[in-house]
Ligand binder design. Structure first.
Ligand code: CO
Length: 144
């Protein structure tokens, strides 16, 4: 079902400060910045490597743009840190159906617009051992 790790989402309070940290310490560069009004976040994608299905693996730095966004709530209760992991797959619609058939709580059906033209949905952490799981089909995937 999943073909790769697409990204790890990291919640941060100050996006530019976090970008400076990842650049200074790890030498990672921002390949894409985007504001998602629907999710109430501004995000920066730091590309680690490409993958053989046309996608890539990233770190996704997320900072809230409003106090009632899910990332704001996360920061208030947990502080900065790992927010979610995202698995890449060739067909997020098909993966959603298959996961629902296994009793998983798929949060967005149909999947929503996500970073860089990708489409994504989430699994509730309650059924996933406390991990918020995103399932993403990148715009660059062969099947898109
Ligand atoms: Co994400």
């Amino acid at each position: 079902m999943f073909t790769r790790l697409d990204h790890v989402g990291i919640a941060c309070t100050d996006l530019d400060e976090s970008i400076r940290f990842y650049r200074a310490v790890y030498g990672l560069e921002v390949c894409h910045r985007e504001k998602n009004d629907d999710q109430g976040v501004v995000e920066a994608m730091l590309r680690l490597n490409g993958s053989d299905d046309g996608g890539a693996t990233y770190l996704q730095l997320l900072a809230p743009t409003r106090a009632d966004s899910p990332v704001s709530k996360f920061l208030r209760s947990r502080g900065e840190g790992v927010h979610h992991i995202a698995f890449g797959c060739p067909d997020v619609d098909q993966a959603s159906v298959s996961l629902q058939a296994k009793g998983m709580n798929v949060l967005f059906t149909p999947p929503r617009y996500a970073s860089m033209g990708s489409r994504a949905t989430f699994l509730h952490p309650r059924e996933c051992g406390g991990v918020l799981v995103e399932i993403v089909t990148s715009a660059g995937s062969a099947s898109v």
